[in-house]
Design a protein around this ligand. Structure first.
Ligand code: PLP
Length: 413
């Protein structure tokens, strides 16, 4: 017998990523953390396995008075903190458009709001064939679902034509076409949509919006890993200037990774809207959804963001430390990728980010590959048709030999 509501039944499976991370933790308890390679965790870890945090953030957090941390935050977030997060996301690539933002509990909260406010129950959201699996749960809870198209075109390009074709098909079936792209530094592949492809894509989406006057086009850009994506990774924001009236872009930002404050739960949902009315409507709907879902979110994290943003020295130090992190991540990625090239292993195109992804012919093969790797105490996460290697969580020392092992194990699938 179950008392669960009908739509919630058979939804009790553990989250794949957390399930594999749990297996790694169990094994580490048996043989010691140093004796396994735990490439399951989506947090940036030091070589000794401890969480890597930014000293500039830690100091700023410590400077926030307790009573300020303990007070309720406004529903939409502290206005100056929202402005600071918006500035931090766009930096010198702020589009000339109507921009509003609402604080959310992490990037996940921003995604929830976007799905809840711009899709109708039963709608389908489009994304790439490789994707962060939590999108499924976030959409399901809003009565919607996900459909995918192949992410890659030829070489290292985005499959712009395939994406536009999928959007045009969707426009025949529902009011709002929602396209969700996790870029730059995509999870799980590390791929970033190149600027030239963004330009072609947005041109095609604008045309679609103009011919789809009964509804509109909503582009949701999940930029959770943008702070690790390096120079030039923000230029695509400018593509969203001069959108038609029935189109809007929603940027879902996470402070979890960029500030290394995963547990404080702060993100920002930002609109790039063509009209003032559309931006105001966004802000109003997002605030109302926030009120009815989590009410208001982490004040300590917002106060910390403000501490950093309001002091040029603190900001400069924070940015320097972020760059050091990005550099260390790039060294780990280079170590894996150059070994992969030597042995003939072919991961998905990687530009930046926390993860490298090795595709397999089928989902079953991915699970078999992960199981095979576990025999050598190497823990990865099978996600769809491939295995995700969290280079953010393992030292360069432990990366040595990993591509060779994966290549060898793939031969026996
Ligand atoms: N988007 C992607 C692709 C992610 O990988 C994550 C977290 O792992 C998020 C969004 C949400 O991050 P959070 O809610 O922790 O800020």
């Amino acid at each position: 017998m179950t008392l669960l509501a009908h739509q919630e039944r058979a939804q009790g499976a553990p989250d794949t990523i957390f399930a594999y991370a749990g297996q790694a933790a169990t094994r580490a308890a048996q043989v010691g953390r140093d004796n396994i390679v735990n490439a399951t965790i989506g947090s940036f870890l030091n070589a000794d396995g401890s969480l890597a945090t930014l000293p500039a953030v830690e100091l700023a957090m410590a400077e926030v008075p307790f009573k300020a941390k303990a007070s309720y935050a406004p529903i939409d977030g502290i206005p100056a903190a929202i402005d600071a997060m918006i500035d931090d996301i766009f930096r010198d690539c702020r589009p000339n458009a109507f921009i509003e933002g609402v604080a959310t509990p992490g990037g996940a909260g921003a995604l929830h709001n976007a799905f809840s406010n711009y899709l109708t129950r039963g709608d389908v959201c489009l994304t790439t064939n490789y994707y962060w699996d939590n999108y499924d749960a976030l959409l399901r809870l809003n009565g919607c679902s996900l459909e995918t198209f192949p992410m890659l075109g030829s070489g290292e390009s985005f499959n712009t034509e395939g994406c536009l074709a999928a959007c045009r098909e969707r426009a025949k079936k529902q009011k709002n076409v929602m396209l969700l792209l996790n870029t730059p530094a995509h999870n799980p592949t590390g791929f970033s949509v190149p600027l030239a492809d963004w330009k072609a894509l947005v041109a095609g989406l604008k045309d679609l919006a103009k011919s789809h006057q009964d509804g509109g086009v909503v582009v949701v850009v999940d930029v959770a890993y943008i702070d690790y994506a390096g120079f030039g990774s923000r230029e695509f924001f400018k593509c969203f200037e001069n959108l038609p009236e029935n189109m809007i872009t929603i940027v879902c930002a996470s402070m979890s990774k960029g500030y290394t404050i995963y547990g404080y739960r702060l993100g920002c949902e930002i609109c790039i809207a063509p009209t003032k009315a559309s931006a105001e409507e966004f802000k109003h709907a997002s605030g109302t959804t926030a009120r009815g879902t989590w009410s208001n979110c982490s004040r300590p994290a917002m106060e910390m963001v403000l501490q950093i943003a309001s002091d040029p020295e603190k900001l400069a130090r924070f940015r320097r430390e972020q760059e050091e992190f990005a550099g260390s991540l790039a060294r780990r990625a280079n170590a894996f990728l150059s070994e992969a090239k030597q042995v003939g292993l072919k991961p998905c195109p990687y530009q930046s980010g926390f993860f490298i992804y090795v595709p397999t012919p089928t989902d079953d093969d991915a699970r078999r590959l992960a199981a095979e790797l576990q025999k050598a105490d190497v823990f990865t996460v099978p996600l769809g048709k491939g295995v995700r290697v969290a280079i953010c969580a393992i030292s360069e020392e432990k990366i040595a030999g990993l591509a060779t092992l994966i290549h060898k194990d793939m031969q026996v699938l």
